[in-house]
Design a protein around this ligand. Sequence first.
Ligand code: NAG
Ligand code: NAG
Ligand code: NAG
Ligand code: NAG
Ligand code: NAG
Ligand code: NAG
Length: 418
Amino acid sequence: MAMTVMLLATLFLSTVSAARVMPLPIIDSISSRVDIFDNSKYGLLQLANGLAQTPQMGWNSWNFFACNINETLIKETADALISTGLADLGYNYVNIDDCWEALTRDIKGRLVPESKSFPSGIKALADYVHEKGLKLGIYSSAGVFTCQVRPGSLFHENDDAATWASWGVDYLKYDNCFNLGIKPIDRYPPMRDALNSTGRKIFYSLCEWGEDDPALWAGNVGNSWRTTDDINDTWASMTSIADLNDKWAAYAGPGGWNDPDMLEVGNGGMTYLEYRSHFSIWALVKAPLLIGCDVRNMTAETFEILSNKEVIAVNQDPLGIQGRKVNATGTDGCLQVWAGPLSGNRFAVVLWNRCSKAETIKVSWDSLGLESSTNVSVRDLWKHKDVVADAVASFGVPVDAHSCEMFVLTPKLSHFRA
Ligand SMILES: *[C@@H]1O[C@H](CO)[C@@H](O)[C@H](O)[C@H]1NC(C)=O
Ligand SMILES: *[C@@H]1O[C@H](CO)[C@@H](O)[C@H](O)[C@H]1NC(C)=O
Ligand SMILES: *[C@@H]1O[C@H](CO)[C@@H](O)[C@H](O)[C@H]1NC(C)=O
Ligand SMILES: *[C@@H]1O[C@H](CO)[C@@H](O)[C@H](O)[C@H]1NC(C)=O
Ligand SMILES: *[C@@H]1O[C@H](CO)[C@@H](O)[C@H](O)[C@H]1NC(C)=O
Ligand SMILES: *[C@@H]1O[C@H](CO)[C@@H](O)[C@H](O)[C@H]1NC(C)=O
């Protein structure tokens, strides 16, 4: 047992520095079940633009506003990120989605913003956002049109990347509409190269809807890649997307993340507890935390969820290993344990009740690769309290229907040290 714990400690330490370069095959000897340390598919191909060392955080206009956007809204959103304190918590990208473009390029073939909704232009908006210490994101499609039928960037990669760089854009979400049936693996790398050749560090977010399993090839193309079709503001959509994204856990890490799509928290289609589950799981699986509601007008509950520092810290943990589903029992596996390792020899655990009535859910040390006799202290990230000092073998609590509880577990290693 002492050996296992020491091995774990060494593993954690070495993972921090070594994860970017090499897989860690010794992990297999620790747990023969779901291997929550497995990042063996990560690290060989990372895009080397220095960005995305932790998952991106910020806001995107689509989920709440769709095409109803303009420069006033974007400025007010930047203002609200600052005044609410969300920016200080890490939400620093202000991302404009589809519909910012005029319907046609200008006479020189350049993209131009729609003059009614963005009369001052994108550069002025970028300047405004930068003055507040935030970053500006923009949107296009790896197709001949965007999804809302504005000019797309396929075959215009160099010109469009140069335009965005000249405006001071910091982030590109690159969609998949009107793609002429050309494979993503042929359409997405040219934009990587175009962005790179501008010399400006621009976060590259791939959005090919998980169609060609981008985790398998996008590590050296983008800083994140969508693993699924679009989310919508329902429990059914959120849970199914969480499941689809799970199988790619071993491919994520600093520099390149799986993206199960933007947050719906605060948009009204789910309950408070469902949104809490949505946010907890997205944080645990190292998903981008891109707020999708109107941050100028959040309820106290929405703000409480989005501003939970301890949950955000799990998402932004420097170890950068995606948490995953480690156990599912009950009808259709609706009583679930999701877990992942954190820096500092700790674990993050989400006990997620997807059944229709309250049940007790337990995490066993076994599923974390710990000896069952290990003493573990448990902190509740929603109650913001240390709840147990010396749990042994397992830890469980009652969880309401469609709710989750989230914890950080710290095994006591001190008495194993010489
Ligand atoms: C800008 O967009 C917001 C959100 O859709 C809308 O409420 C507002 O009326 C718009 N303002 C202008 C000047 O169009
Ligand atoms: C461009 O790519 C090279 C090689 O991967 C990398 O070292 C450099 O930082 C990149 N530059 C930008 C601006 O992304
Ligand atoms: C939302 O997503 C779910 C699950 O993918 C799907 O069944 C449903 O039709 C979608 N609803 C809307 C309004 O798009
Ligand atoms: C603010 O949000 C509430 C719902 O939470 C809505 O009823 C109200 O119309 C919104 N106000 C504005 C100005 O958008
Ligand atoms: C899964 O949970 C059930 C119920 O708590 C438990 O009996 C089983 O041992 C767990 N499996 C793992 C791998 O932890
Ligand atoms: C481990 O936990 C048990 C109770 O669960 C306690 O009696 C014991 O003192 C703890 N040991 C250490 C080393 O903390």
